[in-house]
Design a protein around this ligand. Structure first.
Ligand code: G16
Length: 547
């Protein structure tokens, strides 16, 4: 094996967003583009010119188009860098939560995950790369920022001239002095699940005829869900639909929400609907849960799991605390208060949960963007959430809908919706946010669109563990009754900018829990328009997605 030093150059915009570097496949196909990023990462991790002697790297992706090409390129660079071992998922496959489990169980120094999450795949779709550290979680901002700064000054990268490695059979091969181990992508994650949930109770549920429909959206969640649900828990064959990971996700958008999974929603609202529906996204970290004729909102899902966690073996000791991202509804806060445990409010992005989990300050965390997870790994975890719900249904004897209605009865309903304005020209979106931020200091005490504003701010977060500060994480406009409107720009899009408007109102009166959500939130929509002037700024009459 010969080490090669090849030229690269700074590429524009290799700045990682909410979760890693995400671009069109065609951008990643530029010569030396991926390599530039990986070289900058390795330089930051080990020091320029320094080797990764004795260290193990985990490597895998969600199987989307370009996955195999990228894996071979990274294997060559890892060998040139002197890694002792690289653990690759068979076929180049590792879901995001599984990669986190593998890093932790094998004590690797970190892992590279190739995924653009829920973004569409295929030659015209998106690709992405992210690094997770030794705790199994997304790299913190100080590392991603340093990697970005380094991408701006690189002139060379190091690789080797070895042929492609065989990735389809389990086993070990040498690449220079590096041992490339092709591992079963499912085994470690399944072992973690077995340790947390009452598999016997769930087996009993399926044995009694309980029907689940799990839509894996032609993405990487399929093999994981099939192995555990059908292979171990006795769910009938076919419980997991769209289970084979496809390079282009069948041309669909593998994002588990009602807008992108209409088939699943239709099925769950049909006369012969199964008892429970679920879906996971491109890299299987997001989840959506449905009951018969009932969609569970992600914020309510987190709150229900927190309220009943003590019924599940892995959380029998109770919760140290709960965390949610700032735009996520306050349902979890209400449950945490009743349980007498803290609820932390963090910026959007799973990486902000890492320190709290490592320090043992929280056990469960979740986000409005269909992410839920716990301290079992350092990523959100789609299959974990589905198993948690199955375990609760099995041991409480309540349906999915009954569990959510129980939450509403006890704590009131946090009526919630997110309005997305997609593909706005970036300058327009930035102007909207800049003008809104200028107006912020004047908003408190004003009545706008008939709503009396109690306070407004631009959310900033100081990490209680390491003291790091993250500013400008989203504008909050809050009324006296705690109703709120939150506005922020997405960090995961690849086309223009996406404005997200989050709307929340607490409804204590059970007689009003079934009012149409958009109707209940209409006054807040009017307030958002009046404070941010969304229509004139975006030129859009209405949001492109309402969820
Ligand atoms: C990523 C992060 C999530 C975050 C989401 C927000 O999700 O991992 O923690 O909630 O982005 O997306 P946006 O910035 O577009 O609102 P994923 O599933 O895309 O990795």
């Amino acid at each position: 094996m010969n080490i090669q030093t090849l030229p690269t150059r700074p590429f524009e915009g290799q700045q990682p967003g909410t979760s890693g570097l995400r671009k069109k496949v065609t951008v990643f196909q530029q010569p030396a583009y991926l390599e530039n990023f990986v070289q900058a990462l390795f330089d930051e991790l080990h020091g320029p010119g320094q080797q990764a002697r004795g260290q193990a790297l985990v490597l895998g992706g969600d199987g989307r188009f370009h996955n195999r090409v990228a894996i071979q390129a990274i294997l060559r660079m890892a060998a040139a860098r002197g890694y002792a071992r690289v653990l690759v998922g068979q076929g180049g496959i590792l879901s995001t939560p599984a990669a986190s489990a593998v890093i932790r169980r094998h004590r690797a120094s970190g892992g590279i995950i190739l995924s653009a999450s829920h973004n569409p795949g295929g030659p015209e779709g998106d690709f992405g790369i992210k690094y997770n550290t030794a705790n199994g979680g997304p790299a913190p901002e100080r590392l991603t920022g340093a990697v970005y700064r380094r991408t701006l000054s690189l002139s060379h990268y190091q690789t080797c001239d070895a042929p492609d490695m065989a990735l389809d059979a389990l086993g070990s091969q040498a690449l220079g002095e590096t041992l490339v181990e092709v591992i079963d992508p499912v085994a470690d994650h399944a072992a973690v699940m077995r340790g947390l949930f009452d598999f016997d109770a769930i087996r009993g549920l399926f044995a009694r005829g309980f029907r689940l429909h799990y839509d894996a959206m032609w993405a990487v969640g399929g093999p994981y869900a099939r192995a555990v649900l059908e292979g171990e828990l006795g769910a009938p064959a076919g419980t997991v639909a769209h289970a084979m990971p496809l390079e282009d996700f069948g041309g669909l958008h593998p994002d588990p929400n009602p807008a992108n999974a209409p088939e699943l929603v239709e099925r769950m609202f049909a006369a012969d609907a199964p008892d429970m529906g679920a879906a996971s996204d491109g890299d299987a970290d997001r989840n959506m849960v449905l009951g018969r004729g009932f969609v569970v909102s992600p914020s309510d899902s987190l709150a229900v799991l927190a309220a009943h966690a003590h019924r599940v073996p892995g959380y029998r000791q109770g919760l140290a605390g709960v965390a949610r991202s700032m735009p996520t509804s306050t349902a979890a806060d209400r449950v945490a208060r009743a349980l007498g445990v803290p609820c932390h409010e963090t910026p959007t992005g799973w990486k902000f949960f890492g320190n709290l989990l490592d320090a043992g300050q929280v056990t469960l965390c979740g986000e409005e963007s269909y992410g839920t997870g716990s301290n079992h790994v350092r990523e959100k975890d789609g299959l974990w959430a589905v198993l948690f719900w199955l375990n609760l249904v099995a041991v409480t004897g309540q349906s999915v809908e009954q569990l959510v209605r129980g939450l509403w009865r006890e704590h009131g309903r946090c009526v919630y919706s997110r309005h997305d304005y997609e593909a706005i020209p970036t300058e327009r979106a930035e102007r909207l946010m800049a003008q809104l931020r200028e107006r912020l200091p004047t908003l408190a005490g004003q009545t706008i669109a008939g709503q009396a504003i109690a306070w407004a701010d631009d959310f900033a977060y100081t990490d209680p563990v390491d003291g790091s500060r993250s500013e400008h994480q989203g504008v909050r406009v809050v009324l006296a009754d705690s109703s709120r409107v939150v506005l922020r720009l997405s960090g995961t899009g690849t086309e223009g900018a996406t404005l997200r408007v989050y709307l929340e109102r607490h409804e204590p009166d059970p007689a009003r829990h079934d009012l149409p959500v958009q109707q209940a939130l209409a006054p807040l929509v009017a307030l958002a328009e009046a404070v941010a002037r969304i229509r004139p700024h975006t030129g859009m009459e209405r949001p492109s997605v309402t969820s």
